[in-house]
Design a binder for this molecule. Structure first.
Ligand SMILES: *[C@@H]1O[C@H](CO)[C@@H](O)[C@H](O)[C@H]1NC(C)=O
Length: 177
């Protein structure tokens, strides 16, 4: 047996293992989600890693860039939820559910909606914070109508929860950026 060879290959394997550990420890998505989840019990860390990680750029950007990805996801999700409500309204549903959906559409589309991407890029985090908080409040109003607890408009439970999670991700990242 060639000892020199097995020692050097063992060494190589060790190096690879170490390199892999360092690399995953340095992953910005994982790190950031862990960091913000530690201070925010409502943040779902799996959702955070999955949603931010879904952007192919997310592993190359810095914290600020990650926040921008969050803003983009939140806006897409918010608009997507409005479109989804409109689709649901075309279906034959219980009158009470249709009423709830129409309430949700009203709140989701009410007031001024602003493109937050340029605001975020200009580092106007205070303003972004205000608009994101408004989006969150709308989501909460839709989600909890007629009840203290959320999830009362069943077809929207997931969309509302996604909007909520993306909102807190953006707010939490802006807090540490
Ligand atoms: C909202 O975001 C989540 C997580 O990124 C994703 O799974 C979902 O498809 C998005 N929904 C819309 C309507 O964009």
């Amino acid at each position: 047996m060639n000892c020199a060879f097995s020692i050097s290959s063992l060494f190589l394997i060790q190096l690879l293992v170490i390199f892999h550990c360092v690399q995953s420890a340095n992953d910005i998505v994982q790190d950031t989600c862990k960091k913000i989840a530690a201070n925010d019990p409502e943040l779902n860390i799996d959702f955070c890693v999955k949603s931010l990680g879904s952007d192919p750029e997310s592993h190359k950007v810095d914290l600020e860039g990650l926040g921008l990805i969050g803003v983009k996801l939140l806006q897409a999700n918010y608009t997507g939820t409005i479109e989804y409500i409109k689709q649901l309204q075309k279906q034959k549903l219980e009158p009470s559910l249709l009423k709830a959906l129409s309430f949700c559409l009203d709140v989701y589309t009410s007031g001024e909606r602003k493109d937050l991407i340029p605001l975020y890029k200009a580092k106007r985090y205070g303003e972004v914070n205000i608009y994101v908080t408004i989006m969150m409040n709308k989501e909460a109003a839709c989600d909890a109508q007629g009840s203290e607890k959320g999830g009362t408009v069943p077809p929207l439970t997931k969309s509302n929860a996604d909007v909520y999670q993306l909102s807190i991700i953006v707010l939490d990242i802006m807090n540490i950026v």
